[in-house]
Design a protein around this ligand. Structure first.
Ligand code: KG4
Ligand code: ZN
Length: 335
Protein backbone atom coordinates (compact mmCIF):
# COMPACT_ATOMS: atom_id res chain seq x y z
CA UNK A 1 0.00 0.00 0.00
CA UNK A 2 1.39 3.38 -1.04
CA UNK A 3 0.56 6.32 1.24
CA UNK A 4 1.10 10.01 0.58
CA UNK A 5 1.80 11.79 3.87
CA UNK A 6 1.42 15.51 4.53
CA UNK A 7 2.80 17.38 7.53
CA UNK A 8 2.17 21.07 8.32
CA UNK A 9 1.84 21.18 12.13
CA UNK A 10 4.49 23.87 12.69
CA UNK A 11 7.03 25.51 10.41
CA UNK A 12 7.87 22.74 7.95
CA UNK A 13 5.74 22.02 4.89
CA UNK A 14 6.42 18.36 4.17
CA UNK A 15 5.14 15.62 1.90
CA UNK A 16 6.35 12.03 1.55
CA UNK A 17 5.42 8.82 -0.16
CA UNK A 18 5.95 5.63 1.81
CA UNK A 19 5.21 2.08 0.76
CA UNK A 20 3.93 -0.47 3.32
CA UNK A 21 4.74 1.89 6.19
CA UNK A 22 8.47 1.33 5.84
CA UNK A 23 9.92 2.07 2.43
CA UNK A 24 10.37 5.78 1.73
CA UNK A 25 9.92 6.54 -1.98
CA UNK A 26 10.34 10.31 -1.58
CA UNK A 27 10.37 12.80 1.26
CA UNK A 28 10.34 16.58 0.76
CA UNK A 29 10.66 19.09 3.58
CA UNK A 30 10.34 22.83 2.89
CA UNK A 31 11.54 24.67 5.98
CA UNK A 32 10.30 28.14 6.91
CA UNK A 33 13.10 28.62 9.43
CA UNK A 34 14.81 31.46 7.56
CA UNK A 35 11.62 33.54 7.79
CA UNK A 36 10.77 32.82 11.44
CA UNK A 37 14.44 33.32 12.34
CA UNK A 38 13.95 37.10 11.90
CA UNK A 39 11.27 37.06 14.64
CA UNK A 40 13.15 34.81 17.06
CA UNK A 41 10.44 32.14 16.96
CA UNK A 42 7.59 30.72 14.91
CA UNK A 43 4.93 33.32 14.00
CA UNK A 44 1.73 31.22 13.67
CA UNK A 45 -0.07 33.28 11.03
CA UNK A 46 3.04 33.54 8.92
CA UNK A 47 3.47 29.78 9.20
CA UNK A 48 -0.08 29.17 7.89
CA UNK A 49 0.41 31.54 4.97
CA UNK A 50 3.73 29.96 4.04
CA UNK A 51 2.16 26.49 4.14
CA UNK A 52 -0.48 27.81 1.72
CA UNK A 53 2.26 28.87 -0.69
CA UNK A 54 4.35 25.74 -0.35
CA UNK A 55 1.86 22.89 -0.12
CA UNK A 56 1.14 22.41 -3.84
CA UNK A 57 4.75 22.61 -5.07
CA UNK A 58 5.94 20.38 -2.22
CA UNK A 59 3.36 17.68 -2.97
CA UNK A 60 4.07 17.93 -6.72
CA UNK A 61 7.81 17.57 -6.11
CA UNK A 62 7.19 14.60 -3.83
CA UNK A 63 5.10 12.78 -6.47
CA UNK A 64 7.69 13.67 -9.10
CA UNK A 65 10.61 12.27 -7.12
CA UNK A 66 8.71 9.05 -6.45
CA UNK A 67 7.78 8.86 -10.13
CA UNK A 68 4.11 8.46 -9.24
CA UNK A 69 0.81 10.16 -10.00
CA UNK A 70 -2.03 10.73 -7.55
CA UNK A 71 -3.95 7.86 -9.12
CA UNK A 72 -1.15 5.45 -8.11
CA UNK A 73 -1.41 6.43 -4.43
CA UNK A 74 -3.60 4.25 -2.21
CA UNK A 75 -4.34 6.72 0.59
CA UNK A 76 -3.70 10.26 1.79
CA UNK A 77 -2.52 10.76 5.38
CA UNK A 78 -2.09 14.12 7.06
CA UNK A 79 -1.18 15.41 10.49
CA UNK A 80 -4.42 16.05 12.36
CA UNK A 81 -2.80 17.41 15.55
CA UNK A 82 -1.35 18.57 17.83
CA UNK A 83 0.25 21.72 16.47
CA UNK A 84 -0.56 25.27 15.40
CA UNK A 85 -4.25 25.29 14.45
CA UNK A 86 -3.94 27.42 11.33
CA UNK A 87 -0.89 25.53 10.12
CA UNK A 88 -2.54 22.15 10.69
CA UNK A 89 -5.66 23.19 8.81
CA UNK A 90 -3.70 23.95 5.64
CA UNK A 91 -2.27 20.44 5.36
CA UNK A 92 -5.33 18.62 6.69
CA UNK A 93 -7.76 20.46 4.38
CA UNK A 94 -5.40 19.94 1.44
CA UNK A 95 -5.35 16.21 2.23
CA UNK A 96 -9.14 16.17 2.46
CA UNK A 97 -9.48 17.85 -0.93
CA UNK A 98 -7.00 15.42 -2.47
CA UNK A 99 -8.75 12.42 -0.93
CA UNK A 100 -12.15 13.73 -2.05
CA UNK A 101 -11.17 14.45 -5.64
CA UNK A 102 -9.15 11.25 -6.09
CA UNK A 103 -11.55 8.98 -4.22
CA UNK A 104 -8.73 7.71 -1.97
CA UNK A 105 -9.16 7.13 1.76
CA UNK A 106 -8.14 9.91 4.16
CA UNK A 107 -6.20 9.17 7.35
CA UNK A 108 -5.61 11.57 10.23
CA UNK A 109 -2.30 11.09 12.02
CA UNK A 110 -1.16 12.26 15.44
CA UNK A 111 2.08 14.21 15.10
CA UNK A 112 3.58 12.70 18.26
CA UNK A 113 2.77 9.18 17.10
CA UNK A 114 4.49 10.16 13.86
CA UNK A 115 7.71 11.04 15.69
CA UNK A 116 7.53 7.77 17.67
CA UNK A 117 7.17 5.85 14.40
CA UNK A 118 10.49 7.15 13.03
CA UNK A 119 12.52 4.42 14.73
CA UNK A 120 10.44 1.71 13.07
CA UNK A 121 10.63 3.03 9.51
CA UNK A 122 13.13 0.94 7.55
CA UNK A 123 13.60 -1.33 10.53
CA UNK A 124 13.52 -5.05 9.84
CA UNK A 125 13.34 -6.16 13.47
CA UNK A 126 10.25 -5.84 15.69
CA UNK A 127 10.59 -2.74 17.82
CA UNK A 128 8.26 -3.59 20.70
CA UNK A 129 8.08 -3.28 23.60
CA UNK A 130 10.23 -0.20 23.81
CA UNK A 131 10.73 2.93 25.91
CA UNK A 132 10.51 5.98 23.67
CA UNK A 133 11.73 9.45 24.57
CA UNK A 134 10.12 12.11 22.41
CA UNK A 135 12.01 15.39 22.70
CA UNK A 136 11.14 18.19 20.33
CA UNK A 137 10.44 21.91 20.31
CA UNK A 138 6.83 21.45 21.38
CA UNK A 139 6.85 18.25 23.44
CA UNK A 140 8.98 16.20 25.77
CA UNK A 141 7.62 12.93 27.09
CA UNK A 142 8.46 9.32 27.84
CA UNK A 143 6.30 6.56 26.38
CA UNK A 144 5.97 2.86 26.90
CA UNK A 145 5.41 1.47 23.42
CA UNK A 146 3.73 -1.91 23.80
CA UNK A 147 2.90 -2.65 20.18
CA UNK A 148 2.17 -0.69 17.01
CA UNK A 149 -0.16 2.18 18.00
CA UNK A 150 -0.52 1.03 21.61
CA UNK A 151 1.46 3.66 23.47
CA UNK A 152 1.31 4.69 27.11
CA UNK A 153 2.49 8.13 28.16
CA UNK A 154 4.56 7.64 31.32
CA UNK A 155 5.50 11.25 31.95
CA UNK A 156 6.05 14.55 30.24
CA UNK A 157 7.37 18.03 30.82
CA UNK A 158 5.51 20.18 33.29
CA UNK A 159 6.62 23.36 31.57
CA UNK A 160 9.05 23.84 28.67
CA UNK A 161 9.90 21.15 26.14
CA UNK A 162 13.60 20.24 25.89
CA UNK A 163 13.89 21.82 22.42
CA UNK A 164 12.12 24.92 23.67
CA UNK A 165 14.71 25.26 26.46
CA UNK A 166 17.49 24.95 23.86
CA UNK A 167 15.81 27.65 21.75
CA UNK A 168 15.35 30.01 24.70
CA UNK A 169 18.89 29.57 26.00
CA UNK A 170 20.23 30.11 22.47
CA UNK A 171 18.31 33.37 22.33
CA UNK A 172 19.84 34.47 25.67
CA UNK A 173 23.29 33.66 24.31
CA UNK A 174 22.57 35.69 21.18
CA UNK A 175 22.71 32.63 18.94
CA UNK A 176 19.40 33.14 17.11
CA UNK A 177 16.48 30.81 16.37
CA UNK A 178 16.20 27.83 16.31
CA UNK A 179 18.95 27.21 18.79
CA UNK A 180 19.23 23.45 19.27
CA UNK A 181 21.75 22.67 16.58
CA UNK A 182 23.75 25.87 17.26
CA UNK A 183 24.09 25.09 20.98
CA UNK A 184 24.95 21.50 20.09
CA UNK A 185 27.86 22.70 17.92
CA UNK A 186 29.00 25.44 20.27
CA UNK A 187 28.90 23.08 23.27
CA UNK A 188 31.47 20.86 21.59
CA UNK A 189 33.94 23.74 21.77
CA UNK A 190 33.30 24.22 25.48
CA UNK A 191 33.96 22.36 28.71
CA UNK A 192 30.78 20.71 30.07
CA UNK A 193 32.27 20.70 33.57
CA UNK A 194 33.29 24.35 33.71
CA UNK A 195 29.87 25.62 34.84
CA UNK A 196 27.50 23.36 36.73
CA UNK A 197 23.75 23.76 36.29
CA UNK A 198 21.55 21.83 38.70
CA UNK A 199 19.92 18.81 37.02
CA UNK A 200 16.14 19.24 36.99
CA UNK A 201 15.08 15.68 37.83
CA UNK A 202 11.73 16.83 39.37
CA UNK A 203 11.36 13.50 41.19
CA UNK A 204 13.89 10.78 40.45
CA UNK A 205 11.16 8.13 40.64
CA UNK A 206 8.80 9.96 38.29
CA UNK A 207 9.01 10.27 34.52
CA UNK A 208 8.14 13.96 34.44
CA UNK A 209 10.47 16.69 33.26
CA UNK A 210 10.85 20.40 33.97
CA UNK A 211 13.15 22.54 31.87
CA UNK A 212 12.07 26.07 32.71
CA UNK A 213 14.23 26.23 35.86
CA UNK A 214 17.44 25.49 34.04
CA UNK A 215 16.63 28.20 31.53
CA UNK A 216 16.23 30.66 34.44
CA UNK A 217 19.48 29.40 35.96
CA UNK A 218 21.29 30.19 32.71
CA UNK A 219 19.69 33.63 32.62
CA UNK A 220 20.80 34.35 36.23
CA UNK A 221 24.29 33.15 35.43
CA UNK A 222 24.44 35.45 32.41
CA UNK A 223 23.22 38.39 34.51
CA UNK A 224 26.09 37.75 36.90
CA UNK A 225 28.67 37.99 34.11
CA UNK A 226 29.18 41.50 32.80
CA UNK A 227 31.01 40.31 29.69
CA UNK A 228 31.32 36.95 27.99
CA UNK A 229 33.67 35.93 25.24
CA UNK A 230 33.38 33.03 22.79
CA UNK A 231 35.01 30.39 24.97
CA UNK A 232 32.96 31.42 28.01
CA UNK A 233 29.79 31.22 25.88
CA UNK A 234 30.84 27.75 24.72
CA UNK A 235 31.28 26.66 28.36
CA UNK A 236 27.79 27.94 29.22
CA UNK A 237 26.33 26.08 26.23
CA UNK A 238 28.20 22.92 27.22
CA UNK A 239 27.14 23.19 30.88
CA UNK A 240 23.50 23.75 29.95
CA UNK A 241 23.52 20.92 27.42
CA UNK A 242 25.12 18.51 29.88
CA UNK A 243 22.39 19.17 32.43
CA UNK A 244 19.57 18.63 29.91
CA UNK A 245 21.17 15.51 28.42
CA UNK A 246 21.87 14.01 31.86
CA UNK A 247 18.19 14.31 32.80
CA UNK A 248 16.95 12.90 29.48
CA UNK A 249 19.31 9.93 29.68
CA UNK A 250 18.49 9.27 33.35
CA UNK A 251 14.72 9.21 32.72
CA UNK A 252 14.99 6.87 29.75
CA UNK A 253 17.15 4.41 31.69
CA UNK A 254 14.88 4.66 34.72
CA UNK A 255 11.80 3.90 32.59
CA UNK A 256 13.55 0.98 30.87
CA UNK A 257 14.46 -0.49 34.25
CA UNK A 258 11.01 -0.02 35.77
CA UNK A 259 9.23 -1.40 32.71
CA UNK A 260 11.78 -4.17 32.29
CA UNK A 261 12.31 -3.12 28.71
CA UNK A 262 15.44 -3.91 26.73
CA UNK A 263 14.83 -1.47 23.86
CA UNK A 264 15.04 2.30 24.12
CA UNK A 265 14.53 4.99 21.53
CA UNK A 266 14.86 8.73 21.20
CA UNK A 267 12.91 10.68 18.59
CA UNK A 268 12.04 14.29 17.71
CA UNK A 269 14.18 17.30 16.83
CA UNK A 270 16.35 16.98 19.96
CA UNK A 271 17.20 13.37 18.97
CA UNK A 272 19.58 15.01 16.47
CA UNK A 273 21.68 16.22 19.40
CA UNK A 274 25.19 14.77 19.19
CA UNK A 275 25.83 14.76 22.94
CA UNK A 276 22.49 13.05 23.63
CA UNK A 277 23.18 10.42 20.97
CA UNK A 278 26.64 9.74 22.39
CA UNK A 279 25.60 9.58 26.04
CA UNK A 280 22.56 7.43 25.28
CA UNK A 281 24.55 4.97 23.24
CA UNK A 282 27.21 4.75 25.97
CA UNK A 283 24.49 4.16 28.55
CA UNK A 284 22.75 1.62 26.34
CA UNK A 285 25.86 -0.48 25.88
CA UNK A 286 26.66 -0.24 29.59
CA UNK A 287 23.14 -1.36 30.55
CA UNK A 288 22.89 -3.86 27.67
CA UNK A 289 19.96 -2.13 26.05
CA UNK A 290 19.26 -1.82 22.35
CA UNK A 291 19.16 1.83 21.35
CA UNK A 292 17.11 2.96 18.36
CA UNK A 293 17.68 6.41 16.95
CA UNK A 294 16.20 7.61 13.67
CA UNK A 295 18.48 8.98 10.94
CA UNK A 296 18.94 12.75 11.14
CA UNK A 297 16.54 13.22 8.21
CA UNK A 298 13.74 11.77 10.35
CA UNK A 299 14.49 13.57 13.65
CA UNK A 300 12.92 16.90 12.75
CA UNK A 301 9.42 17.29 11.37
CA UNK A 302 8.86 15.30 8.19
CA UNK A 303 5.99 13.65 6.35
CA UNK A 304 7.50 10.15 6.01
CA UNK A 305 6.58 9.52 9.64
CA UNK A 306 3.01 10.68 8.92
CA UNK A 307 2.67 8.41 5.88
CA UNK A 308 4.07 5.47 7.89
CA UNK A 309 1.58 5.90 10.74
CA UNK A 310 -1.14 6.52 8.13
CA UNK A 311 -0.43 3.08 6.69
CA UNK A 312 -0.77 1.40 10.10
CA UNK A 313 -3.90 3.38 10.98
CA UNK A 314 -5.53 2.40 7.73
CA UNK A 315 -4.60 -1.25 8.23
CA UNK A 316 -6.24 -1.04 11.66
CA UNK A 317 -9.39 0.43 10.07
CA UNK A 318 -8.74 3.89 11.51
CA UNK A 319 -9.45 6.13 8.52
CA UNK A 320 -10.83 9.66 8.90
CA UNK A 321 -14.05 11.05 7.51
CA UNK A 322 -14.11 14.17 5.38
CA UNK A 323 -15.73 16.18 8.17
CA UNK A 324 -12.96 15.34 10.68
CA UNK A 325 -11.49 18.33 12.50
CA UNK A 326 -7.87 19.10 13.28
CA UNK A 327 -6.87 19.43 16.96
CA UNK A 328 -4.25 21.84 18.21
CA UNK A 329 -3.72 20.38 21.67
CA UNK A 330 -2.57 17.04 22.91
CA UNK A 331 -6.08 15.64 23.39
CA UNK A 332 -5.65 11.96 22.66
CA UNK A 333 -5.66 10.16 26.03
CA UNK A 334 -2.67 7.92 25.31
CA UNK A 335 -0.53 10.45 23.51
O1 KG4 B 1 10.69 17.81 16.05
P1 KG4 B 1 10.97 19.22 15.67
O2 KG4 B 1 11.56 19.48 14.31
O3 KG4 B 1 9.67 20.09 15.75
C1 KG4 B 1 8.71 19.97 16.77
O4 KG4 B 1 7.84 19.09 16.65
O5 KG4 B 1 8.86 20.73 17.75
O6 KG4 B 1 11.92 19.80 16.80
C2 KG4 B 1 12.45 21.09 16.74
C3 KG4 B 1 13.27 21.34 18.00
C4 KG4 B 1 13.74 22.77 18.12
O7 KG4 B 1 13.46 23.24 19.43
C5 KG4 B 1 15.24 22.67 17.89
O8 KG4 B 1 16.00 23.65 18.56
C6 KG4 B 1 15.53 21.29 18.43
O9 KG4 B 1 14.43 20.50 18.01
N1 KG4 B 1 16.78 20.74 17.88
C7 KG4 B 1 17.84 20.40 18.63
C8 KG4 B 1 18.85 19.97 17.72
N2 KG4 B 1 18.35 20.08 16.46
C9 KG4 B 1 17.08 20.54 16.57
N3 KG4 B 1 18.02 20.42 19.96
C10 KG4 B 1 19.22 20.00 20.42
N4 KG4 B 1 20.23 19.62 19.61
C11 KG4 B 1 20.09 19.58 18.28
N5 KG4 B 1 21.11 19.18 17.50
ZN1 ZN C 1 7.52 17.54 15.63
Amino acid sequence: MIVLGIETSCDETAAAIVESGSSIKSSIVASQVSVHHTFGGVVPELASRMHMEAIVPVVEKCLDEAGLTVSEIDAVAATQGPGLAGALLVGFCFAKALAFTSGKPLVGVDHLEGHLQTVSIDSKQPCFPMIGLLASGGHTGIYYLKSQGDYQLLGQTRDDAAGEAYDKVAKMLGLGYPGGAVIDDLAHQGNPEAIYFKRPYVDKQAYDFSFSGIKTAVMRYLQSCPKIDHSHRADIAAGFQEAVVDVLVYKVLHAAKKKNCSQIAVVGGVAANKRLRTKLSEAASREKLTLRIPPLSLCGDNAAMIAAVGYHNLKAGKGASLDADAYSRQIRPKL
